[in-house]
Write a protein that binds this ligand. Structure first.
Ligand code: 13P
Ligand code: SF4
Length: 354
């Protein structure tokens, strides 16, 4: 459908008809056929910040995944309606922490006598329920672009952090950016009694990492890094912090999707790069920078797209825009008032980080 001129024309016409009534946000992992219609593109931090940038827009069409659309709903006014073009665009990582599991974990921390010392820090990639839990217990949200600042802030509030739900971002930030050791981190497994941890292990830890991960970034391995270095001498390896610790430790640069784009913009002609993040973005960057003589390859050819990001395709976008242009509200993402109040507290703490 990428080159279907009929669909492109229909999307353009519907968007034109809606005018200022619609504001389209697009995450960097979106398909080319979709991202061309975004008014703003960004990493998850930038999209959370910019969601509220157009208060006059009645509809915010979010081309991304469910937790991003929820966050946009939380951060915009009640009369702005957030639309996710395909409701099946979830995130497997966000699904790895449910409200019941996290409540149970808090009971375990309470029984171990450490709950008062623990500050929750939740990755943006989590449901509104988890964000509300975080706000209720004095914690903050973070993204891959401000995780260190969020942890600095959290360790000013308490002695320990419960990091949800991405163990890799938590571990990578603690060890790579904060000078902690791997031994300072324990992993709480929600599928085991007491998280699979003894009270003593919990008391000895600084970082309690939730056992969640990204199914896409989790597939890059140390072999991926070693192989590409062998294949392309002088290559710069640049990866997203959702990759495993051993991958991040072996990489040259680590950062969010926005960081990755900026790094490649600043890269000199003739430089070579292997990128460990979602394939839509890597392909787009490879095409964009090839004319400038920057060679950009995907870190591991056996890794594929984020299937849920890819759910948003041009037919779904056209359907959403045309429905809105006809006055029919479809696929609205709306967080209930109580959840919203506490989740907003946590998101606002993030937006206020220095
Ligand atoms: P960024 O915040 O770096 O864009 O990452 C979002 C995401 O879902 C990565 O998998
Ligand atoms: Fe979720 Fe991973 Fe897809 Fe990002 S890339 S939306 S973390 S599954």
């Amino acid at each position: 459908s990428a080159s279907d001129p009929d669909l492109v024309a229909r999307a353009r016409a519907a968007k034109e008809k809606l005018g200022d009534k619609v504001f389209v946000l697009g995450h960097h992992y979106q398909r080319d056929e979709v991202i061309q219609f975004a008014d703003v593109t960004g990493d998850s931090f930038k999209l959370a910040r910019d969601a509220a940038a157009r208060p006059e827009a009645e509809y915010i069409v979010f081309c991304g995944v469910h937790f991003m659309a929820e966050s946009a709903d939380i951060l915009t006014s009640d009369d702005q309606k957030v639309v996710l073009p395909d409701l099946a665009a979830g995130c497997s990582m966000a699904d790895m922490a449910t409200a019941e599991q996290v409540a149970e974990c808090w009971d375990v921390l309470t029984e171990a006598g450490i709950a008062e010392q623990v500050v929750p820090v939740s990755y943006m990639n989590s449901s509104a329920d988890i964000k509300a839990f975080t706000g209720k217990h004095g914690g903050t949200i973070c993204t891959s672009s401000n995780a260190k600042r969020a942890l600095d802030w959290a360790f000013e509030q308490g002695e320990k952090v419960l990091f949800l739900p991405d163990q890799h971002l938590g571990r990578n930030t603690a060890v790579r950016d904060m000078g902690m050791s791997l031994e300072d981190c324990v992993v709480y497994n929600p599928h085991k009694p007491n998280g699979g941890l003894s009270a003593q292990e919990l008391r000895g830890a600084k970082m309690i990492l939730w056992r969640g991960h990204c199914s896409v970034h989790g597939r890059f391995s140390l072999d991926s890094v070693n192989d590409v270095r062998e294949r392309i001498p002088g290559v710069n390896v640049l990866v997203h912090p959702e990759c495993k610790h051993e991958v991040v430790a072996a990489a040259d640069y680590v950062g969010s999707t926005e960081y990755i784009i900026k790094a490649l913009e600043a890269a000199p002609a003739g430089s070579k790069w292997a990128i460990g993040t979602e394939l839509n973005l890597v392909r787009r960057l490879a095409n964009r920078f090839a004319p400038e003589g920057k060679e950009i390859v995907f870190l591991d050819k056996t890794v594929c797209f984020c299937s849920t990001m890819n759910r948003i395709d041009l037919p779904h976008l056209v359907w959403a825009l045309e429905s809105l242009a006809e006055g029919t509200l479809v696929n609205r993402i709306e967080v209930d008032k109580e959840t919203e109040a506490f989740a907003k507290l946590a998101l606002e703490r993030m937006l206020a980080l220095p």
